[in-house]
Design a protein around this ligand. Structure first.
Ligand code: T1G
Length: 686
């Protein structure tokens, strides 16, 4: 941590640094150091203004999240700094490079003005942590810019680029070149006057009223703070904000979200003991212009990667090109992408019909049909064509990566990159480590995941890896519940009310019932003893493959809206009778417990087999790939919250409900109960 000061042309320049993101740490003395520096400069004469700047291309990522679990009162130290800046004898300009988030932005809001370079990224993401801007943001931002825009930023955690930040009035200027030199020049030439409160308090109150009610504990607290900003003097509003912020620190929602923040960063590192050295990947060649190949190609050009897309079938590449172009065009229409950036991204994409003539790449991603014979042809060809040291990746979601690696003479370079559809949107990327995948290949793949802004999680090889293997048990329970008395809409509603983004019946209608069908057929041959419900197969035998054909569990008369279908309800009731199951009323609580505990139980097996390295890795998979509620931290985090003994006890009770269906608690669950341990303790030891 370092705070230094220089003076140029009667301007005191205060620079602070606290790697890696200039978090406003109290523990390392940065906040106190900054406060002392402000006091010292205010005691100087012959000064006209102060420039406050971060370092290493970052202003500040905000308060140090890792410190929230210690002494709560210490955040008052940050608030005291912000008020010192606001009360400074000399005007203060925040000179912003890179990220300026949370408390970092609140430090800038306490300044008289804010200028930034084109790299500035500004926002108040506290709500994503189940918190609220607790350093004056709820009081100062609605007084600086349109209150409605201020509320949008605080309620969504949206981060603005420099251009947008200037447009809404957060940045007083965009600086070309060095941000400090530019700030000094701006001070001397702009003639800027201190901001008056843009929004009279009545406008703030009106913006809050217009917002109506919002979902979420933190969101409601933010509304209450902004309402105070519209009705009370600043000091009183700040006091209310501090009180409501402190009340959120121990909320279950914030604890879960802060857990997930740390879990994602831990998951993104190569596992302990896998100490390979990553090497940069500059170019990618994707094989297969199907839905996944097109999504992956879009993700690559969006991340600035030189990309080739290969498909031998006539029309496939044209369709791919059109789909990618229209996806980017939609971003331009929504003003989330400039036309120029769209063209830059499309220029990164090359279409290849002849693999032999393709430019060599650093990474090859196979996204062809899920059939082992097809994969065999592809990997034997790649083994012959790809330059030495290139990574050979399969996007397979169900096939055995070790068998695929065996089609090459370089299994150490073979890795699974399991993208989730739509691959250009979904953040999760399962990096599948085969038995012979080298540590360097794993490390390179994980570094690449971060580069393309994906959340990488390492998985070992098993049927379905981490996510889909657990999801299979979740679906199995939902189908049994249909046989025992529930209907599709009841199951989906129960789980969606609990927080899942989408219930299981709607998810499979959306993904395509035929995908699950082909997997079940394969598994029925491989694991004949695993009990399955016939219901989803019956849908497929009727050609009801889901939303894409207008009917699955639900009917989709307008192509999108899931409408309960009495024909399916009748089929389910008849099927129960046919298999001799007496239907019964099933509570929402049982639906949720049966499905969520199925995830937990299979997750415990996956941990026990070493497929996942940490319980928190499993949680990240479910938060970022399966719509698990962020306020609940993930299935393994939820298991600790409920208590492992309670989970097992309910599982045993459910096993009594259905003869011939043994739902055995995973051995690891029983071991942890015996040792009075939990998954959190396993995280600490991983
Ligand atoms: N506090 C502590 N550590 C942080 C941090 C933070 N705010 N932000 C990042 N890190 C660590 C992170 O754990 C990792 O370390 C390393 O930095 C690189 O992070 C009072 C109460 C800034 C966009 O929510 O969004 O201010 O785990 O891998 O992809 O009202 O980090 O590897 O050892 O994510 O380049 C509000 C959170 C805080 C911003 C950089 N601020 N951070 O992304 O790197 S609450 C935030 C981010 C607050 C005030 C309130 C991202 C990033 P390690 P990274 P990246």
């Amino acid at each position: 941590m370092h705070v230094d000061r220089t003076v140029q042309q009667r301007v005191a320049i205060i620079r602070f640094t606290s790697p890696p993101v200039n978090a406003l740490s109290i523990a390392n003395g940065l906040v106190a150091g900054l406060a002392a520096e402000i006091d010292q400069v205010n005691a100087l004469e012959n000064i006209d203004a102060i420039v406050l700047a971060g370092s290493a291309g970052t202003f500040s990522a905000g308060a140090d999240i890792k410190e929230f679990d210690h002494d709560r009162s210490r955040l008052d130290v940050s608030r005291a700094l912000f008020e010192r800046v606001a009360a400074s004898r000399y005007p203060v300009v925040a000179a912003i490079d890179g990220t300026c988030l949370g408390g970092g932005f609140e430090l800038a809001l306490a300044c008289t003005w804010r200028v930034g370079t084109a790299s500035a990224r500004i926002g108040l993401p506290e709500v994503t942590l189940g918190l609220l801007p607790g350093g004056g943001g709820t009081q100062r931002l609605p007084r600086l810019i349109e209150p409605g825009a201020a509320l949008d930023l605080m309620l969504t955690g949206t981060i603005l680029d420099a251009d947008k930040a200037a447009r809404v009035g957060i940045l007083d200027a965009i600086i070309a070149g060095d941000v400090i030199a530019g700030a000094i020049e701006w001070l001397q030439t702009s003639g800027a006057q201190p901001h008056r409160e843009v929004s009279a308090t009545s406008k703030i109150a009106a913006a809050v009223h217009a917002r109506g009610d919002v979902r979420g504990v933190a969101q409601r607290a933010i509304l209450a703070c902004v309402e105070a900003a519209g009705t009370l003097p600043l000091a009183e509003g700040l006091a209310i904000e501090a009180r409501l912020f402190d009340g959120l620190l121990d909320s279950p929602e914030s604890l879960a979200r802060r857990y997930a923040f740390a879990a994602r960063r831990i998951a993104a590192r190569p596992p302990l003991g896998v100490d390979g050295i990553a090497h940069p990947l500059q170019s990618v060649l994707i094989l297969g212009a199907g839905t996944m190949g097109i999504g992956i190609a879009t993700a690559m050009i969006n991340a600035g990667i030189d990309t080739q897309l290969f498909d031998p079938l006539d029309g496939a590449l044209d369709r791919g090109q059109r789909t990618i172009a229209s996806t980017l065009e939609r971003e331009v229409t929504k003003q989330r992408l400039s036309a120029n950036e769209r063209d830059v991204r499309l220029a990164r994409l090359g279409m290849v019909t002849d693999l032999e003539a393709a430019r060599p790449a650093d990474l090859y991603i196979e996204a062809v049909f899920e059939d082992l014979s097809v994969k065999k042809d592809v990997f034997e060809t790649l083994d012959r064509l790809a330059p030495e040291g290139a990574l050979l990746a399969s996007n397979t979601s169900t096939l055995n990566l070790d068998v695929i690696a065996g089609f090459t003479k370089r299994p150490a370079d073979v890795v699974g990159l399991h993208f989730f559809s739509p691959a250009n949107i979904m953040p999760l990327l399962e990096v599948v480590r085969g038995a012979k995948t080298s540590p360097a290949t794993v490390a390179t793949a994980m570094a690449f995941a971060k580069r393309i802004r994906k959340q990488g999680v390492v998985s070992g090889v098993c049927d379905g890896f981490i996510g889909n293997r657990m999801f299979e048990e979740y679906l199995r329970q939902s189908y049994f519940l249909l046989e025992e008395g529930a209907l599709p809409q009841q199951i989906d509603q129960a789980l969606e009310r609990w927080g899942m983004a989408m219930g299981p019946c709607r998810v499979l209608d959306l993904a395509g019932q035929d995908i699950g069908w082909s997997v079940r057929k394969r598994r029925a041959l491989e694991q004949p003893d695993r009990p399955y419900s016939r219901i989803p197969d019956m849908l497929c035998e009727m050609g009801r493959f889901g939303q894409k054909c207008g009917a699955g569990f639900y009917r989709y008369s307008n192509g999108r809206t899931a409408e309960p279908d009495p024909e399916i309800d009748a089929l389910i009731v008849a099927h129960s009778a046919a298999i001799g199951v007496t239907r019964r009323a099933i509570s929402e609580e049982e639906i949720v417990e049966r499905c969520i505990y199925a995830l937990i139980n299979e997750g415990a097996r996956i941990l026990d087999e070493g497929i996942a390295y940490r319980p928190s890795d499993i949680d990240v998979v479910y938060l970022d790939g399966y719509g698990f509620p962020a306020d609940r931290g993930g299935p393994m985090y939820e298991a600790d919250r409920v208590g492992l003994p309670a989970v097992v006890s309910r599982m045993r009770a459910f096993a009594q409900l259905r003869q011939g269906w043994a739902w055995q608690p995973a051995p690891l669950l029983l071991e942890l109960i015996e040792q009075r341990g939990n998954f959190s303790a396993l995280n600490a030891s991983a």
